[in-house]
Design a protein. Sequence first.
Length: 153
Amino acid sequence: MGDKYADNVNMLDVMRKLQEAPTLRDVETLVKDTYPTWIVGYYHQYSGDYPSLTKNWHTICTAAGCTPAQILVVDDMSFSDDHTIIRRFADIFTNAGFAVRRKADLLPCEKCSCMIPVRALYNLLKQKGETVPETWSPLCIGCMLDEDAPIVD
C-alpha cells in the first residue's frame, strides 16, 4: 500500500474531528479533507452473478446491526498499524452498512454498473468453489444477454 494513506502528523487532530463528526456526511467530508483520493466511488450492488459477495456483505451488516447501504470503492486499504486513520474510516463506513472494497478488486459492469470482481478475484472465487459465471467478463450475464442495454458512462 505504501505511505500514501499512512497516518500523518495530524493523526490526533483527525481522530478528534472524527469523534466530533455528527453525521456520516461529516465523516465523508473529513475523509476527503484528509485523504482526497481515497474514496473512488459508490455503487449500489454486486452483480447477481456473484451471490457470495452479496451474502458476505449482508452477513457483515447483520453482525454489525445495520442495513446494507452501498459498495464504497476505495483506492487502497491497509490494516497495518501505521494506517489507523484509514482503518477507522473503513470501520465507520462498514458499521453504517457499506461494503468497503479496494478498486483493485472490483469494477463496474460496463452497462449496468453493478460491481463485478476483477479477473484475479474471479479466479480465486472460482477456485474456492463459489458460484461464478463459467467465464469472466467485464459485463454481468444479464447485460451480455441484453444486446439493447445501454452502456453506462
